[in-house]
Design a protein around this ligand. Sequence first.
Ligand SMILES: [Zn+2]
Length: 417
Amino acid sequence: MVGARRPETRWVTRLIPFLLAGCVGFSTYVFVKRICIDFYLNTQGQSGTATGLLIVYFLFLFLMLITYFRVFLVIQFNPGVVPLGPLAVEQRAREKEERKKRGRCSTLCRGSHQDDLEGNRYEGYWPDPNVDSPGLERFYSKDIFVCHTDGRPRWCTSCCNWKQDRTSHCSEINRCVKKMDHYCPWVGGIVGETSYKFFVQFTFYTAAYCGVVIIVAAICLKSLNQNGLGVDGSVIGALALASFFGVFTFTMTATGVRYICVNLTNVDYLKSKTLVHQLAIRVPRGTPASLDYGVITYPLPKPNTPDSTPPSSDQTIPRETPSPRDLLATRTFAIVRTEKGENPWDLGHYRNWKSVMGNNIFDWFLPFSPSPCESFENNESFYEMGPLVQELRKRFNLPEIPMSEKGGVQMGRVNGR
Ligand SMILES: [Zn+2]
């Protein structure tokens, strides 16, 4: 389990399920007892109406609850966090140990530890200078990945690890999360790749459940008034609660559906108009840099000075002369930038939708199968790429990879490197 770092957030996250349970309990009491039994059954004598309303109510309550438990459990046990790098594991274990030792400090002392946590970044390790850095090969064995200006993958200074495409660091839980959307105390934690589908289903069914309560409570109040039976305060209370949560979850659902259709997360969307993606796109081995793009060749050559700085360009760092076998195992990438607002993962609305919600209508409405994008991974990229990649190849005149380099290249270190 990955919890929030700030105590106040942890407590809010723990208390909210009880608040929600209270609201649902109250609404159920009002709907079943005051509306269906007292009003429709006992006062109006409409047993059929009361039964029908109860079936509809419990159907949506059930759907809301199973989607809630699904999203809650996924967030607790499979939040889609990226593993920490070895340095971060070591550093965090040390910090945990120190916190244990100082467990009986004064409040003042605890305050200073909190400051330590907030500033928990290991700036000295940015990025790993080791050309054989663990995890690096996973990137350059693809044909395309998101990179820095020097062609290496993005690096998280807090997790001390390479950042896979579409991964963002969540300061609330201090971990990198795949397709991070937002931290949501209502569902117990960070919403991201593994939970987004269930989160949207939950907000959808909650909005629908609230819609049922709003309509039935409003009709009941109107009938009570018309029959001169006065006003039932509890029905008004349920109506107010359902209206509040109904508007809230309807807006969340509409926003979530919109993000899914354009293949963006909340984090992406906030900067989608100005965001420029920098991509390393594979080109034929040995392709030289041009005026339009730089190049990088992997595996990164080892500098021949024992204590050298990370490589920053192919020309400036002295290095060992690679053997012919090493050369055959290399991959060259052009480093290109998209225009502002372009989304390399945009597959079109319908395919974007299916990549998150599933391939058939049952998957769209039932919270069982995980999102297909979660298990997508092929030799080309971490996530399915849209037509923009071909457009970029044309825009930058990137040469095609010859057949001799496709598929048959042995990746990885050779000659013991
Ligand atoms: Zn991180």
